[in-house]
Structures are given as structure tokens and as C-alpha cells.
Write a protein that binds this ligand. Structure first.
Ligand code: NAP
Length: 481
């Protein structure tokens, strides 16, 4: 009998009402858990509880707020193995990837816990005699957090921790496809002694709950990670109410491979960035833009490497690529593969749903490589969010830069090259918020700002010291003594 997970409002676990299922995408016979489907009324109650908790929490000294985050991190650490296994079961990513993500959530909690004792403001000299002037940070109030399924722990963690350490109170709405990982964070915060109402968790259908959240009277800000259409809709709603808003959305990330690259690492980096986590990373490479001089050799090597990837249930040792998160995501991926066939010809490997034997009960798609993809093709322009790589030919470095930048997205971007001048040229001209050089395009750390540019993002960056900018405001003081 699968466990039922309640919502968390005003420090209480609230059961009752309709439930929705959380199933394992590698084996849909396995019910991971049932979640209480929150309602618009639950969101309203959660926002009211958060508003009531705000005066107390915002007046709590930063180091004391940090102590609770440290304690929650310790609780997560003690349950590390279980929480990672939960993630593999609900989202499908491999166990090593899930462990990496849970480790990151713990690190994020500790990093921002430390900020509680710093909370940097500004202190500068005045032009005037005996005037002491400074700016201190103050929290915003109640903030709404809406998160996607692909990093079901790290993304809620990198929103929750800075929101809380700045003194805000929170209503969190996790993704319906993978709510358990976020629930585990809230459970740890509860056990760590977070005062009632400071964090509230309401799972359930995004449309109804999203609307209720942006309509909730006490809300002051909303931070969203997810798809562009939902983010853009939220932007309109939030602007109507003059809510502060932060959006991290889709991408169509390029990796440029120049002829002077370390060939073998470039192949590894592209395959890793395109297919690990089943291509379901917002920073995944979906376009490899390869210089003509090495194009044929590179395509051949990537295809050979991709064929060796082991697809399967992420709980099994040795498996590198898990399933798509659910049927809808798998069907989206298969429809893009079909669009690729129409425009770019047969894929050089992959291209099918896997249904034989143990695959029959899951949402598995073969890692798929298309070559000879033109800029006008759908698979070169739209986010697929699955294990599909489009390889494109570039005449030279300038042509590769042009192709890389000629899209509306600007999340991550990568170059593989040993030519320092080209690398710097690329760094200054690449139109993306996250760049990697001789590394996969995906794989970021929490100590630096995270976020895209162009249509991929809106508002201040997440993570690192930059995260404080969204979750706090300045109060500027001039004092004559
Ligand atoms: P999504 O469909 O946009 O959903 C994201 C969240 O929004 C979920 O919690 C969803 O709830 C909720 N939602 C759905 N409809 C809503 C509405 N009308 N109002 C408010 N909230 C609503 O995205 P996803 O499929 O979960 O995630 C994949 C997308 O996220 C990709 O485009 C990927 O690139 C992007 N992503 C971006 C970043 C980044 O940092 N830039 C990181 C990770 C992922 P339900 O689950 O209940 O529908």
C-alpha cells in the first residue's frame, strides 16, 4: 500500500479530499505515493498562514534562521540514500544522478544558512559631515514558488533556502509529476523546527493552483521555473498585480565544437550534455554545431558513443539513461523525432520508443542523433526536453557563433576548443546566461549566479550571492550624528 502525502499548511499536515498518483516512469505499475490534490482554497489558506507567520519570522535574527536551515540540511543528510531513491522512483533519473542532486540540495541549504550570519548590505562614506549612511536588506513578505519536475529537489531547494534566509515566508507549489522530492525538503524543515506558517506546501494541478497563487492577496513575489508558455502567462498575471517576478524557462542550448578541440573530450561532453538525465535538463545540449573540418568524424564518434549508452531503470547499476518523466513528455519527444524524420531524414541512431521486456511498463525513448540538421528545421529551433541531439554543420568559427546565437533562447551554451582567443571571443559574444568551456553544457554549481538571457529568463538570477537580490529589498538609511 503506497503512502499518502499530505499538504502542509500553517505547520499542519492537511489530509482529506481528492488524491493524485505519483507513479514510477520506469515502471508505471509501481505507485510511488499518493498526494493530496490541493485546491484554490488551500492556496488561499497557505498564503494567509504565510502572511500571519511573516512578522515573527522576519524579526528572527538571520543566524537563528540559518540554524534551522543547517538543521534541516543535517536531517536530509541522514536520509540521503532514501531521498535519492525516492527521486529515482518518481522522476526516473539514475540513482547516481539523484544522489548528486540531493547532495546539491543539502549544500544549497548549508550555503544559504551561512548567509543568515552575513546578509550583506551596504556601508559607504557620505559626502556630508557626520552622516552615517547604509543600506540594509529587508524581506519582501509572502513569496510563491512554482517548480518543475526535472530537478524536483534542487530547484525547490534553491528557491526555498534564499527565500527563507532573507526572512520571507513561502507557499510552495511543486510539479505534479514529481512532488515527493520537494515534500522531503518541507518535511525536513518541519522537523528542524521551522515555525508554523513559514513554509507551506500545496501540491496539485498547476493551472488552478497557479491562478490561485497569483491571485492570493498577501503574495508579494513569485519565482517560477518551468516552460516558456506558463512562465509568460504568469508574467502577465503577476505584472497586473505588480508582483515581483523571477522566471527561469526553456532553452535550446548549443555546443560549438571547433576543429582544434580535444576530440575525445568533446565527444564525451556532447553525449553527456545531450543524453544524461534523459535530456531533461534545462541546460542540456540539443544542438551540436560542429566545424566542417571535423564534422564527419565527429558525427561518427558521437553516434558510436550514443549507441553504447545503457538505457533502463535508474535504480539498476550501470544504467546511464532513464525514462522520460511521463507519457505526455514521451509523446512530445516522439513527435519531435517524427518532425526530425520529415525534415532532416532518418536519425543515425535511436528514434524509437523502447517497449521490449522490462521497458514495456515505462516511458523509454532511445537516445537519438540526427545529423545534417538545418537551422530552419523544427528540431533545431524548438525545445524538445528529451534524449534527442541535432548535429549541425558550421563552415567555421564565425558561422558557428552565428548559428548558436540565432535563436530566441539564451539559457546555456558551450564551446569545445583549445584556442584561447576563440574561447574568449566566444565568452564575450555568446548570447546565454550560462557558459561552459570544454565541459558539458549542463552541470552547474550553487555558488555562482544561475539563469539565462533572452526569452529563457526574466528577472534577477538564482543561486549564489545573486539569489539574495530577488528575495530581499534594500532599506537605505541616512543618519546624522
Ligand atoms: P511546466 O509545465 O511549465 O510546469 C512548471 C510548474 O508550473 C509545475 O509546477 C506546473 O504544475 C506549474 N504550472 C502548470 N500550469 C500552470 C499555470 N497555469 N500557472 C502556474 N503554474 C502552472 O514545466 P515542466 O514541464 O514542469 O518543466 C519543464 C520545463 O522547465 C522545460 O521547458 C525546461 O526547460 C524548464 N526548466 C527551466 C529551468 C531553468 O532554470 N531555466 C530549469 C528546469 C526546467 P503541474 O506540474 O501541476 O502542471
Amino acid at each position: 500500500m503506497a503512502e499518502t502525502f499530505s499538504n502542509y499548511i500553517n505547520g499542519e499536515w492537511i489530509g482529506g479530499g481528492a488524491l493524485f498518483e505519483n507513479r514510477n516512469p520506469a515502471n508505471t505499475h509501481e505507485l510511488v505515493g499518493q498526494f493530496v490534490a490541493g485546491t484554490a482554497q488551500d492556496i488561499a489558506s497557505a498564503a494567509e498562514a504565510a502572511a500571519a507567520a511573516f512578522p515573527g519570522w522576519s524579526a528572527t535574527p538571520g543566524p537563528a534562521r540559518g540554524a534551522i536551515l543547517f538543521k534541516a540540511a543535517d536531517i536530509l543528510d541522514r536520509r540521503f540514500e532514501q531521498i535519492a531513491a525516492d527521486m529515482t522512483h518518481e522522476e526516473g533519473k539514475t540513482l547516481p544522478e539523484a544522489k548528486g542532486e540531493v547532495r546539491r540540495s543539502i549544500n544549497i541549504f548549508r550555503y544559504f544558512a551561512g548567509e543568515g550570519a552575513r546578509m550583506p548590505g551596504m556601508l559607504v562614506p557620505s559626502e556630508r559631515d557626520r552622516v552615517h549612511m547604509f543600506a540594509l536588506r529587508k524581506p519582501l513578505g509572502v513569496v510563491g514558488l512554482i517548480t518543475p519536475w526535472n530537478f524536483p529537489s534542487a530547484i525547490p531547494a534553491w528557491k526555498l533556502a534564499p527565500a527563507l534566509i532573507c526572512g520571507n515566508t513561502v507557499v510552495l507549489k511543486p510539479a505534479s509529476a514529481a512532488p515527493l522530492s520537494a515534500w522531503r525538503l518541507v518535511e525536513a524543515l518541519h522537523e528542524a523546527g521551522l515555525p508554523r506558517g513559514v513554509v507551506n506546501f500545496v501540491a496539485g494541478p498547476g493551472g488552478a493552483l497557479g491562478q490561485a497563487l497569483v491571485d492570493a492577496a498577501p503574495l508579494k513575489a513569485v519565482s517560477f521555473t518551468g516552460s516558456c508558455p506558463i512562465g509568460n502567462w504568469l508574467h502577465g498575471e503577476a505584472s497586473r498585480r505588480r508582483l515581483r517576478i523571477q522566471l527561469e524557462m526553456g532553452g535550446k542550448n548549443p555546443t560549438i565544437v571547433l576543429a582544434d578541440a580535444d576530440f575525445n573530450s568533446a565527444v564525451e561532453n556532447v553525449v553527456n550534455a545531450a543524453f544524461f538525465s534523459t535530456g531533461q535538463k534545462c541546460t542540456a545540449t540539443s544542438r551540436a554545431i560542429v566545424e566542417d573540418a571535423i564534422y564527419d568524424r565527429f558525427v561518427e564518434a558521437v553516434v558510436a558513443r550514443t549507441r553504447r549508452l545503457k538505457v533502463g531503470n535508474g535504480m539498476e547499476a550501470g544504467v546511464e539513461i532513464g525514462p522520460c518523466v511521463d507519457r505526455a513528455q514521451m509523446e512530445t519527444v516522439l513527435s519531435y523525432i517524427e518532425a526530425g524524420r520529415q525534415e532532416s531524414g532518418q536519425p543515425l541512431c535511436g528514434g524509437r520508443r523502447l517497449t521490449e521486456g522490462a521497458f514495456a511498463q515505462g516511458w523509454f525513448v532511445e537516445p537519438t542523433v540526427f545529423a545534417g540538421v538545418a537551422e530552419s528545421h523544427v528540431i533545431a529551433r524548438e525545445e524538445i526536453f528529451g534524449p534527442v541531439l541535432a548535429i549541425m554543420r558550421a563552415a567555421n568559427f564565425e558561422d558557428a557563433m552565428r548559428i548558436a546565437n540565432a535563436i530566441p533562447f539564451g539559457l546555456s551554451s558551450s564551446i569545445q576548443s583549445t584556442n584561447l582567443s576563440r574561447v574568449f571571443e566566444y565568452i564575450y559574444r555568446a548570447e546565454a546566461g550560462l557558459l561552459t568551456v570544454n565541459l558539458p553544457s549542463a552541470g552547474v554549481e550553487y555558488q555562482l549566479p544561475f539563469g539565462g538571457s533572452k526569452d529563457s529568463s526574466f528577472g534577477p538570477k538564482e543561486q549564489g550571492p545573486a539569489a539574495l537580490e530577488f528575495y530581499s529589498d534594500y532599506k537605505t538609511v541616512y543618519l546624522k550624528y
